[in-house]
Design a protein around this ligand. Sequence first.
Ligand SMILES: NC(=O)c1ccc[n+]([C@@H]2O[C@H](COP(=O)([O-])OP(=O)(O)OC[C@H]3O[C@@H](n4cnc5c(N)ncnc54)[C@H](O)[C@@H]3O)[C@@H](O)[C@H]2O)c1
Length: 304
Amino acid sequence: MRVIVVGLGVQGHKWVKFAGADFVATVDPVNKTADYARIEDVPLSAYDSALVCVPDEPKVELLKFLLTNGKNVLVEKPLWVQDEQEIYLLQELARKNNVYCYTAYNHRFEPHFMRMRDLIASGELGKLYHCRVFYGNGTARLVRDSVWRDQGDGVLPDLGSHLLDTLNFWFGVQNLDYKLELRACHENAAPDHVIFSSNNSQPQLQCEMMLLSWRNHFTCDLFAEHGSVHIRSLCKWGPATFTHRKRVLPSGKPVEQTVTLVQDDPTWQLEYAYFKQACLEKKTTDLAVDMWIHRVLHKLHGEG
Ligand SMILES: NC(=O)c1ccc[n+]([C@@H]2O[C@H](COP(=O)([O-])OP(=O)(O)OC[C@H]3O[C@@H](n4cnc5c(N)ncnc54)[C@H](O)[C@@H]3O)[C@@H](O)[C@H]2O)c1
């Protein structure tokens, strides 16, 4: 597979590295080190797939161009659109042209997230009561200084899309019954701290995201009938721990198992391998999760 990287910023440089020998060229209208300034300038015969790492605004038009021209697409999260019909249109274009369109949510490939998915699927935890997740980084100033980041709903689509995707990955629920609990602009023009929740889902869900957590951190606590699960941190910020506590009845100190990982972030390499395989297998494009994330974010936007 021959891939181009569209958008040579932070993520673009990362994807050039992980595409390895498949990489052929870069496109960026601003970054002068890119091979081409416009996607239309790259000969269509030079590539099969594109890794799109641009700000949210230009994503849809680039994807329409690429899919119409029979190119597979990996687009960095979130698949941001003004009108949800555009997501259907992109899905139709991909299917019609027999190519694969995929939104990159690399945390699906985080080892403890996969461990969590498997434990939930095993049924061992019994009834799932409540899950709270926190995703925080300390990028408020970088976001404020960026030419495109400090606008709209800020941290909500940026980190909130990751959290929603993760909840879907674990629980498979796509409810729309989310409520905005907190929306703050401590340092930035756009929200830099948001909390939203869903009380009628099972488990109940509470998501918190912020750009003011000076040490990057991720936490998850899932409370269930037969025990609880606790994730602390991600491999990229490690050490990352996964603790499974097994309930003792009627009460008492639970039996506890902890797995601690100290390793480099494996998610990008795994996600690229997934994408490449899906392209080679001609997997059918399914943007249902993107549609659901778009609807939740849109609903929460209306409450802001
Ligand atoms: N998965 C993750 O953990 C993660 C982390 C950071 C960013 N992201 C996502 O990656 C995307 C890009 O973020 P970034 O941090 O790399 O941004 P960035 O600002 O560092 O880079 C974006 C680049 O796109 C270029 N660009 C703008 N319009 C273009 C166009 N029409 N054609 C080609 N290039 C164009 C800009 O000149 C810039 O160089 C965003 O969607 C963001 O949400 C994902």
